[in-house]
Write a protein that binds this ligand. Structure first.
Ligand code: CMC
Length: 391
C-alpha cells in the first residue's frame, strides 16, 4: 500500500518534538538545552548536566545543592534486591544483570509508578538516576566475588560510584580526583543524544503508559547491542586484538571488504558525518588520564594510529566515517580499572538521565500518543487453509 512512508531505520522520520538536545551532524554540533557539549564537558559536572537535561535550565547554587542531596538520598537499593544478584552466574554479563535488576525496580517502588502523578514521576526519575551507580557497582562486585559496598552520600555522585566499585570494607578508599573528574566527564559525554535507538525505545515503551522502571530496562536492553552502546566494549576488544600498529592495515582491509562483516568498532555514526564532538573531548581526556596515572598503554597508540590511517583512507573519507564517542572512552575506562564487560553498563548509568528526561518530556506532551508504526506488507495474499494431510 502506498499509504505509508517507508523509512527503514527512521533515517528521515521525526517521531516527536523535543526541546532537550540539538544535533547538527554535518557541522559536528551537539547542544544540551542550547549549551555546547564541549563547554559542559570541560566546565560542568554530571549532576549539573543531569539537572539541566531534566529541568531545561542550569541550576543556581542552591538548586544544585538541593538536587545533589535529593539524588544522593536515593542511592540505597531495597535490601531485598541484593538477593537478585545471587541468582546470576558469577560470569553473567553486567548488562544482563542490569536488564533484570532495573526491570525489577518497579516491583519495589510502587509509590512511584503512577505516571499520571507528576510528583511520582519526579521521584521515579530521581530514584533511577540515584540507583544506577549502586546497581552497576553491585554487578561488578558480584562478578569479582567481593562484598557489595553501601553508598556514602557525602561523596560526589561519581566519587561514590568509584568507591562502591573499587573500594573494599577492609580499608579506606582514596578517590583520585583526576580519575573522578575523567569519569564524571565520560558520564557527561554519554548523558543524552536525542532520538538514538535506546532513547526511542524508552519513548516507545513509555508511550503505552508502562512505568518508568520498565521503560528504562527496555532502554538498557537496546543499548546493549554492538551497533549502539556495546560499541565501547567492542572497540577496546578490537584495539587489543589488533595489538600493535603493524597489524592495522590488515584490519582496515577487512573493514573495507564487503564480503567480511567486520566493521571498525567506534567508527561511523548515523548522524555525525563530519566528526563526533564527543570523540574530540574523549581523546584529550584519554591522554590526560594516562599521563596522570603514569600509564603508557599500547592500546592508545594503536587507537591514534588507526584513526590517522583511517582518516586518510578513501573508503572512510567517501563514507564519512570518523571516530565516535566510543572509540577513546574504552582506553580511559581501562586505565581506571574497569573490565571491558562493565563499559556498556557505565554508558547505561550515564544515559539513564537522558532516557528519563525524554520519558518525562513525552508523558507531559499533550500530543503524546501510543507509538504504533505501520508497515509495508510483503507477505502472502489471502489463501484458504489446507488440512495437514492434504499439504
Ligand atoms: N567500519 C566499516 N564500514 C562502515 C562502518 C565501520 N565502522 N560504519 C559504516 N560503514 C559503512 C557501511 O558498511 C556502509 O557501507 P555501504 O554504503 O557500502 O553499504 C556505509 O558505511 C554506511 O553505513 P550504515 O551501516 O548504512 O550506516 P548507519 O547510519 O546505519 O550505521 C553505525 C551507523 C554507527 C551503526 C555504523 O557506523 C557502525 O556499525 N559502526 C560501528 C559500531 C559503532 O561504533 N557504534 C557506536 C555508534 S556511537 C555510540 C552509540 O550510538 O551508542
Amino acid at each position: 500500500s502506498g499509504m505509508f512512508t517507508y523509512d527503514p531505520g527512521f533515517t528521515s522520520t521525526a517521531a516527536c518534538q523535543s526541546a532537550i538536545t540539538y544535533i547538527d551532524g554535518e557541522q559536528g554540533v551537539l547542544l544540551h538545552r542550547g549549551y555546547p557539549i564541549d563547554q559542559l564537558a570541560e566546565k560542568s559536572s554530571f549532576m549539573e548536566v543531569s539537572y539541566l537535561l531534566l529541568n531545561g535550565e542550569l541550576p543556581n547554587q542552591a538548586e544544585l545543592e538541593k538536587f545533589n542531596s535529593t539524588i544522593m538520598r536515593h542511592t540505597m537499593l531495597h535490601e531485598q534486591l541484593s538477593t537478585f544478584y545471587r541468582g546470576f552466574r558469577r560470569d553473567a554479563h553486567p548488562m544482563a544483570v542490569m536488564c533484570g535488576v532495573v526491570g525489577a525496580l518497579s516491583a519495589f517502588y510502587h509509590d512511584s509508578t503512577d505516571i499520571t502523578d507528576p510528583t511520582q514521576r519526579m521521584i521515579a526519575s530521581h530514584r533511577l538516576i540515584a540507583k544506577m551507580p549502586t546497581i552497576a557497582s553491585m554487578a561488578y562486585k558480584y562478578s569479582v566475588g567481593q562484598p557489595f559496598m553501601y553508598p556514602q552520600n557525602e561523596l560526589s555522585y561519581t566519587g561514590n560510584f568509584l568507591r562502591m566499585t573499587f573500594g573494599v570494607p577492609a580499608e579506606p578508599y582514596l578517590i583520585n580526583p583526576i580519575v573522578e573528574r575523567a569519569l564524571d566527564r565520560i558520564f557527561i559525554l554519554h548523558a543524552d543524544h536525542e532520538q538514538n535507538a535506546s532513547t526511542s525505545t524508552v519513548r516507545l515503551a513509555g508511550s503505552s503508559g508502562a512505568n518508568p522502571f520498565a521503560c528504562i530496562a527496555a532502554g538498557i536492553a537496546c543499548l546493549w547491542g554492538p551497533a549502539h552502546g556495546g560499541a565501547n566494549e567492542a572497540a577496546l576488544n578490537m584495539l587489543r586484538e589488533i595489538g600493535r600498529p603493524e597489524r592495522i592495515p590488515e584490519y582496515i582491509a577487512r573493514a573495507k571488504d564487503k564480503d567480511d562483516p567486520f566493521r571498525l568498532m567506534g567508527f561511523g555514526h548515523r548522524v555525525y558525518k563530519n566528526f563526533d564532538p564527543r570523540a574530540k573531548v574523549m581523546k584529550e581526556t584519554a591522554q590526560e588520564v594516562l599521563d596522570d596515572l603514569g600509564i603508557s598503554d599500547p592500546v592508545l597508540d594503536t587507537a591514534r594510529e588507526l584513526e590517522q590511517i583511517a582518516l586518510k583512507d578513501d573508503y572512510f573519507i567517501e563514507k564519512k566515517l570518523y571516530p565516535n564517542v566510543d572509540f577513546y572512552s574504552g582506553v580511559i575506562l581501562n586505565a581506571i580499572g574497569f573490565p571491558t564487560e562493565m563499559f556498556t553498563a557505565l554508558f547505561a548509568l550515564a544515559r539513564t538521565v537522558g532516557w528519563i528526561a525524554h520519558w518525562n518530556e513525552m508523558i507531559s506532551d499533550p500530543e503524546q500518543k501510543i507509538g504504533r508504526p505501520r508497515q509495508l506488507y510483503v507477505g502472502a495474499t489471502q489463501r484458504d487453509y489446507v488440512p495437514v494431510g492434504q499439504r
